[in-house]
Design a binder for this molecule. Sequence first.
Ligand code: DQA
Length: 147
Amino acid sequence: MPRLIYILNGPNLNLLGKRQPEIYGTDTLADIEARCRRLLPENADLKMLQSNHEGQIIDWIHEAREEASGIVINPAAFTHSSVAILDALNTFEGPVIEVHISQVHKREAFRHHSYVSLRADGVIAGLGIEGYEAALRRVLSLTDRAL
Ligand code: DQA
């Protein structure tokens, strides 16, 4: 069975490419998925998921408990508000890397706090969409010895 990595994306990230391009760039989630797929070794696969609904993201994290070796997550605005996503991630045993496209610490103060960082094994902010590739590389290396 190939290692499966979940890449979870929170609210408004479906608009990536059109949404505030001066902050988030012009690449879409499909572009990010294509770049990430190029990094996959033969024995690994990924599932790219996005939802605007907190409960859906929690359900995917529960599904990941059974199916995934690791999680890359950009919780978007839920980063700063969701104890429920933190609690769900705390039930997941594999590596979790948190990604933010923008440099959240250079932005409004409410973006400086992340509930998800209390669980994440690594946090990436401000690398643009390259952050997803860095996060995926890290999850792949952390799950490699589990083969
Ligand atoms: C974001 C940063 C969050 O503060 C914001 O709410 C987002 C995207 C990022 O990728 O930079 O929607 O997670």
